[in-house]
Design a protein around this ligand. Structure first.
Ligand code: 1HN
Length: 367
C-alpha cells in the first residue's frame, strides 16, 4: 500500500526491485518500505468488529450445554463469544476473551491456575461460589469477582442453589499474544477453604476504611468480590452528587483498595449508571471494552452503528472506536458493567482519548 505523503513509503515497483524482493525473501527477510504503511497505520486499526450478543439468543444454547457435556468432560462448560474479526484467537474484542459459563446445583469445576487474569460477573441463579487461593466467595446477581493471574481458582454451585450463569472475562488473547501463558490443573482437582467464607469482604471491603495493620504486597486487589448492592448504592449517590462524565454518565471503577488502582494488573472494570433518558456524548480512546447491561435498556452507537441492548446483553467497543450510550427508559436507571484492558494500555503509555467534535450519531430519545 503506497501513500503519496512525505515520510510514508511510496516506492514504484520495477523489475530490478521485484527481483530484489524475491532474493531477500529467500533469506526470510523483507524490505520495510513494502509493508511500512500497513504495519504503521496512522491510527489504531482494530481487527475487531463492534458487536452485540443478545442474551435471549444465547441463553437457550447455554442451557442446552447442561445436557451435552459435564464440567469434568469440558473442564469448564462455557459458550464463548467469538468476534468475527478475531476468531483465530478466540477474542471478543482486542485482547479480551469473554464467555457464558453455566452450572447446575451441586456441580463444581476443577481447580486450576494460569497466567491469564480472569473475572466473573453473575448473571442469574443462586448459590454460585468461587474459591480463590483458599478464600471462598459467595456470589449473587450482578456481583463481580476476580481471579487474578497465578491464583488457584475453582467454581461451583451449592447443592441447594439453582442453575447459575455468569460471564467470564479473561485477558487470554493478550497474554497469548505476549506468548506468556502457563496453565496448571491443581494436583488434587480442588483446594481447601482456609479462611472464613467471604472474609475478603469483611477485611478489605470497608467503604474508605482499611485495616490499620498488616500489609498487602501482591499486585492484585486483596478484595476479591464487589457486590452489586454496594456498587449500585455508590453509583446512585455519585450521580445524585453530580459526579460523572459527559461520555459515560456516572461511572465508578472497581479498585484495589490498597492502591486505588485497577483490580488486576491487566484488566480494569467499572460500572456506569445512565440516569433516566441520559444520552452521552461520543468519544473514542485506545483500549478494548466488553460491556454487559446489568440493569435497564437502551442503546449504544458504536462506530456509527446503533446496538440496542437489554439486561444481560453483551456488547464490545473496539479500540479507537467512537461510542456513546443512551438510556432508553425515561423513568429508571440503566447500568452497564464493563471490563477493559486499560491497565495495560496505561502502564505502557499508550492511552489516548478524543471527544467527538460534533453531534455525531446522536439520536432523539423516543422512550
Ligand atoms: C477459565 O479458567 C475459566 O476458571 C473460564 O472458569 C473460562 C477460558 C479460557 C481459559 C481459562 C474458569 C476460561 C478459562
Amino acid at each position: 500500500m503506497r501513500e503519496d505523503v512525505p515520510g510514508r513509503a511510496n516506492v514504484t515497483d520495477t523489475p530490478a526491485l521485484t527481483a530484489y524482493y524475491d532474493e531477500i525473501e529467500k533469506l526470510d527477510a523483507g524490505a520495510l518500505w513494502t509493508v511500512a504503511n500497513e504495519i504503521e497505520p496512522w491510527e489504531p486499526q482494530s481487527a475487531s468488529h463492534a458487536m452485540l450478543w443478545r442474551y435471549a439468543d444465547l441463553r437457550p444454547h447455554v442451557l442446552r450445554s447442561l445436557d451435552l457435556v459435564t464440567p469434568e468432560q469440558a473442564g469448564r462448560r462455557v459458550i464463548y463469544l467469538a468476534n468475527p474479526g478475531r476468531r483465530d484467537v478466540a477474542a471478543a474484542v482486542g485482547g479480551l476473551y469473554t464467555g457464558l459459563q453455566v452450572m447446575k446445583p451441586g456441580e463444581r469445576a476443577s481447580a486450576h491456575r494460569h497466567s491469564s487474569s480472569a473475572l466473573r460477573f453473575i448473571m442469574e441463579g443462586s448459590g454460585a461460589y468461587t474459591i480463590v487461593d483458599g478464600h471462598r466467595v459467595t456470589l449473587g446477581r450482578n456481583d463481580f469477582v476476580i481471579t487474578p493471574n497465578g491464583t488457584w481458582h475453582e467454581h461451583g454451585v451449592a447443592a441447594d442453589g439453582s442453575t447459575c450463569i455468569w460471564q467470564d472475562g479473561l485477558d487470554i488473547p493478550l497474554v497469548n499474544a505476549l506468548e506468556a501463558n502457563f496453565f496448571e490443573v491443581h494436583p488434587d482437582l480442588t483446594q481447601p477453604v482456609r479462611h472464613p467464607v467471604d472474609d475478603t469482604t469483611g477485611i478489605w471491603g470497608g467503604a474508605g476504611l482499611l485495616p490499620a495493620t498488616g500489609n498487602w504486597t501482591r499486585a492484585h486487589s486483596p478484595l476479591l468480590k464487589y457486590e452489586w448492592e454496594t456498587t449500585y448504592a455508590a453509583l446512585r449517590a455519585h450521580a445524585k452528587a453530580g459526579g460523572g462524565t459527559p461520555f459515560d454518565g456516572a461511572i465508578l471503577q472497581y479498585i484495589n483498595p490498597v492502591t486505588g488502582g485497577p483490580v488486576m494488573q491487566t484488566i480494569g472494570a467499572a460500572m456506569q449508571l445512565l440516569p433516566p433518558g441520559e444520552q452521552t456524548r461520543a468519544h473514542r480512546h485506545t483500549g478494548s471494552t466488553v460491556y454487559q447491561c446489568a440493569k435497564g435498556r437502551g442503546w449504544s452507537v458504536i462506530g456509527g452503528k446503533r446496538f440496542d441492548w437489554a439486561e444481560r446483553d453483551i456488547f464490545v467497543v473496539p479500540s479507537w472506536t467512537w461510542h456513546e450510550h443512551v438510556n432508553a427508559d425515561n423513568n429508571d436507571d440503566a447500568c452497564l458493567f464493563q471490563f477493559n484492558d486499560l491497565p495495560v494500555i496505561r502502564a505502557l503509555g499508550l492511552y489516548r482519548e478524543e471527544a467527538y467534535p460534533g453531534d455525531y450519531g446522536r439520536h432523539p430519545i423516543t422512550g
